[in-house]
Design a protein around this ligand. Structure first.
Ligand code: 9YT
Length: 131
Protein backbone atom coordinates (compact mmCIF):
# COMPACT_ATOMS: atom_id res chain seq x y z
CA UNK A 1 0.00 0.00 0.00
CA UNK A 2 1.06 3.58 -0.66
CA UNK A 3 0.20 6.66 1.43
CA UNK A 4 1.01 10.19 0.23
CA UNK A 5 0.14 13.58 1.67
CA UNK A 6 -1.07 16.43 -0.54
CA UNK A 7 0.87 19.23 1.22
CA UNK A 8 4.06 17.14 1.25
CA UNK A 9 3.66 16.29 -2.44
CA UNK A 10 3.16 20.01 -3.23
CA UNK A 11 6.79 20.54 -2.17
CA UNK A 12 8.08 18.01 -4.72
CA UNK A 13 8.16 17.62 -8.48
CA UNK A 14 4.69 16.06 -8.25
CA UNK A 15 3.52 19.70 -8.18
CA UNK A 16 3.09 21.11 -11.70
CA UNK A 17 1.92 24.56 -12.80
CA UNK A 18 0.42 25.38 -16.19
CA UNK A 19 2.69 27.49 -18.41
CA UNK A 20 -0.06 30.13 -18.68
CA UNK A 21 -0.68 30.16 -14.90
CA UNK A 22 -4.29 28.95 -15.25
CA UNK A 23 -4.03 25.95 -12.91
CA UNK A 24 -1.75 23.89 -10.74
CA UNK A 25 -1.92 20.16 -10.21
CA UNK A 26 -0.42 17.81 -7.66
CA UNK A 27 -0.02 14.36 -9.12
CA UNK A 28 -0.56 11.93 -6.24
CA UNK A 29 -0.67 8.76 -8.35
CA UNK A 30 1.29 8.46 -11.59
CA UNK A 31 2.05 5.93 -14.32
CA UNK A 32 5.06 4.56 -12.43
CA UNK A 33 2.70 3.35 -9.69
CA UNK A 34 1.48 0.85 -12.30
CA UNK A 35 -2.20 0.86 -11.42
CA UNK A 36 -3.56 1.95 -14.81
CA UNK A 37 -4.71 5.47 -13.86
CA UNK A 38 -3.35 8.69 -12.40
CA UNK A 39 -4.93 10.75 -9.64
CA UNK A 40 -4.39 14.48 -9.26
CA UNK A 41 -5.63 17.35 -7.14
CA UNK A 42 -5.97 20.38 -9.40
CA UNK A 43 -6.70 24.01 -8.58
CA UNK A 44 -8.36 25.91 -11.40
CA UNK A 45 -7.53 29.54 -10.75
CA UNK A 46 -10.25 32.24 -10.59
CA UNK A 47 -11.29 33.89 -13.84
CA UNK A 48 -9.23 31.60 -16.08
CA UNK A 49 -10.18 29.88 -19.33
CA UNK A 50 -8.22 26.85 -20.55
CA UNK A 51 -8.61 25.11 -23.89
CA UNK A 52 -8.39 21.34 -23.33
CA UNK A 53 -8.62 18.45 -25.75
CA UNK A 54 -7.35 15.16 -24.30
CA UNK A 55 -7.13 13.24 -27.58
CA UNK A 56 -5.10 10.43 -26.02
CA UNK A 57 -6.64 10.21 -22.54
CA UNK A 58 -9.95 9.81 -20.76
CA UNK A 59 -10.47 12.03 -17.72
CA UNK A 60 -12.98 12.09 -14.88
CA UNK A 61 -13.11 15.31 -12.82
CA UNK A 62 -14.82 15.74 -9.45
CA UNK A 63 -15.25 19.27 -8.07
CA UNK A 64 -15.13 19.46 -4.30
CA UNK A 65 -14.66 23.20 -3.82
CA UNK A 66 -15.58 26.34 -5.73
CA UNK A 67 -17.34 26.85 -9.02
CA UNK A 68 -16.60 26.88 -12.71
CA UNK A 69 -17.94 25.76 -16.03
CA UNK A 70 -17.10 23.56 -18.99
CA UNK A 71 -18.07 24.56 -22.53
CA UNK A 72 -18.07 21.57 -24.88
CA UNK A 73 -17.02 22.87 -28.30
CA UNK A 74 -18.80 20.29 -30.47
CA UNK A 75 -22.24 21.51 -29.33
CA UNK A 76 -21.49 24.88 -27.69
CA UNK A 77 -23.14 23.67 -24.45
CA UNK A 78 -22.13 25.30 -21.17
CA UNK A 79 -22.07 22.94 -18.18
CA UNK A 80 -21.96 24.78 -14.84
CA UNK A 81 -19.79 22.89 -12.34
CA UNK A 82 -20.05 23.27 -8.57
CA UNK A 83 -18.88 21.31 -5.52
CA UNK A 84 -20.25 17.77 -5.72
CA UNK A 85 -20.35 17.66 -9.54
CA UNK A 86 -18.40 15.18 -11.66
CA UNK A 87 -17.77 15.38 -15.39
CA UNK A 88 -16.36 12.60 -17.51
CA UNK A 89 -14.62 13.28 -20.82
CA UNK A 90 -15.66 9.93 -22.27
CA UNK A 91 -15.61 11.17 -25.90
CA UNK A 92 -12.22 12.94 -25.70
CA UNK A 93 -14.44 16.04 -25.67
CA UNK A 94 -12.72 19.26 -26.72
CA UNK A 95 -13.72 21.94 -24.22
CA UNK A 96 -13.04 25.23 -22.51
CA UNK A 97 -12.61 24.96 -18.74
CA UNK A 98 -13.36 28.12 -16.78
CA UNK A 99 -12.86 28.94 -13.14
CA UNK A 100 -15.37 31.44 -11.73
CA UNK A 101 -14.69 34.13 -9.08
CA UNK A 102 -13.27 31.76 -6.45
CA UNK A 103 -11.88 29.20 -8.88
CA UNK A 104 -12.37 25.53 -8.12
CA UNK A 105 -10.49 22.58 -6.71
CA UNK A 106 -11.01 19.28 -8.45
CA UNK A 107 -9.87 15.66 -8.28
CA UNK A 108 -8.85 14.28 -11.69
CA UNK A 109 -8.18 10.76 -12.80
CA UNK A 110 -6.65 9.99 -16.18
CA UNK A 111 -6.55 6.78 -18.19
CA UNK A 112 -3.90 6.09 -19.39
CA UNK A 113 -2.07 7.42 -16.39
CA UNK A 114 -0.08 10.66 -16.64
CA UNK A 115 3.66 10.22 -16.33
CA UNK A 116 4.11 13.40 -14.30
CA UNK A 117 5.33 16.45 -16.22
CA UNK A 118 2.45 16.89 -18.68
CA UNK A 119 1.28 20.40 -19.50
CA UNK A 120 -1.16 21.20 -22.29
CA UNK A 121 0.22 21.30 -25.81
CA UNK A 122 -0.86 23.86 -28.44
CA UNK A 123 -3.87 21.69 -29.39
CA UNK A 124 -5.03 21.25 -25.78
CA UNK A 125 -3.81 17.64 -25.52
CA UNK A 126 -1.25 15.81 -23.44
CA UNK A 127 1.24 13.63 -25.31
CA UNK A 128 0.38 9.94 -25.64
CA UNK A 129 2.56 7.49 -23.72
CA UNK A 130 4.68 6.58 -26.76
CA UNK A 131 5.78 10.15 -27.60
C1 9YT B 1 -9.49 19.51 -15.13
C2 9YT B 1 -8.21 19.52 -15.90
O1 9YT B 1 -8.01 18.74 -16.79
N1 9YT B 1 -7.34 20.44 -15.53
C3 9YT B 1 -6.04 20.56 -16.10
C4 9YT B 1 -4.98 19.89 -15.29
C5 9YT B 1 -5.13 18.40 -15.19
N2 9YT B 1 -6.17 18.03 -14.31
C6 9YT B 1 -3.84 17.77 -14.69
O2 9YT B 1 -2.90 17.74 -15.46
O3 9YT B 1 -3.78 17.34 -13.57
Amino acid sequence: MIVRNLEECRKTERFVEADNGNWDSTRLVLADDNVGFSFNITRIHPGTETHIHYKHHFEAVFCYEGEGEVETLADGKIHPIKAGDMYLLDQHDEHLLRGKEKGMTVVCTFNPALTGREVHREDGSYAPLDE
